[in-house]
Design a protein around this ligand. Structure first.
Ligand code: BDR
Ligand code: CA
Length: 309
């Protein structure tokens, strides 16, 4: 059994990833921590509770940081809707969150179960960075840190082009994490762009007539239309489900990966937030990151489907 702590800025694809994790028989979700990113933490936190309603499961939820460490950034409402879940009218949940701050929870859980938990980070790394400062030995207490984030060939999805959204939102936090953790697995924006769902796959998932399937259908509708309008293609990008699939079944899902040293660019005028990979290991630094280069998309799709059935 894999035991996950999930840190998430619950937007549309975060919710899809949570559905996948809840639907997998070999995964136990120990806790979910919210963070600001796709929308503010006042929305990403209740969005986690809405996902719990959809799956009918109880997991402790902790509210995390409400902004990046240094500079405030615009969110991603254009892609996720003003409520973060596609403005589909998902009702507020009656569930409540824990009193403990999300950053404290990240530290406490790792200390209570050293070496047993995998931390899956689906949003900006603000909480993970602060937790690392509170407990400098934190990287040794989690088995692994799997992140959706970064653009390994500098082909990102933000206004700087070279940075990916989660990292761009809080590059300083990402700098702390990539400086202190050696057990990172990274699912990049380029891997996301290469592995979208086809329209046929999306339609099949949307037609699953379970509460989870209906939830998926509602929250993805607006994003599919947005991609059609902007890119002229019928597809759905699934960054966070890809990262979750990598966390759940790395041996089946990852078909090619490389380990290298990854460093944050913090001061470049048009490159702040770039994740710079030492592809040829020229610096002689210890590799800190397993970079996922290609995945078995059929298996990822099956894991998504399983999460909705
Ligand atoms: C990442 O940014 C967010 O918009 C998504 O939820 C995903 O985690 C993709 O760049
Ligand atoms: Ca996310």
């Amino acid at each position: 059994m894999k035991r996950f702590v999930i840190d998430t800025d619950t937007g549309v694809d975060d919710a899809e990833a949570l559905l996948m994790a809840f639907g997998h028989p070999d995964v136990t979700i120990e806790a979910i921590v919210s963070v600001a990113g796709n929308v503010g933490v006042d929305k990403t936190t209740p969005n986690v509770l809405k996902v719990l309603d959809a799956v009918g499961r109880d997991v402790p939820v902790y509210r995390g940081c409400d902004r990046a460490l240094v500079f405030r950034k615009p969110n991603a409402e254009d892609a996720h809707g003003s409520d973060g879940l596609g403005d589909a009218g998902i009702p507020e949940s009656a569930r409540t969150i824990e009193a403990e701050h999300g950053v404290d929870a990240l530290v406490r859980l790792a200390n209570e179960h050293p070496g047993e938990l995998t931390l899956v980070a689906l949003g900006p790394l603000t909480n993970v960075a602060l937790a690392t400062r509170l407990d400098p030995d934190l990287p040794n207490k989690y088995r692994e840190l799997v992140i959706m984030g970064g653009a390994v060939y500098a082909m990102g999805n933000t206004e700087t082009r070279s940075a990916e959204f989660n990292i761009f939102y809080d590059p300083d936090a990402a700098h702390i994490v990539f400086s202190e953790w050696l057990n990172i697995t990274m699912l990049s924006w380029e891997a996301t762009a290469e592995n979208p769902l086809t329209l046929e796959q999306t339609n099949t998932l949307s037609a699953i007539s379970t509460p989870r399937g209906e939830f998926f259908h509602k929250i993805t509708r607006a994003q599919i239309a947005m991609i059609r309008n902007f890119l002229g293609v019928e597809t759905l990008f699934i960054p966070d489900p890809l990262a979750m699939a990598v966390a759940i079944e790395p041996e089946r899902v990852i078909t090619r990966s490389e380990r290298h040293y990854v460093q944050l660019e913090l001061s470049g005028y048009s490159t702040r937030g770039q994740t710079v990979v030492d592809w040829r290991d020229r610096l002689g630094k210890t590799a800190n990151t397993t970079i996922v280069i290609s995945v078995d998309m059929q298996r990822v799709y099956e894991l998504m489907r399983q999460g909705l059935e």
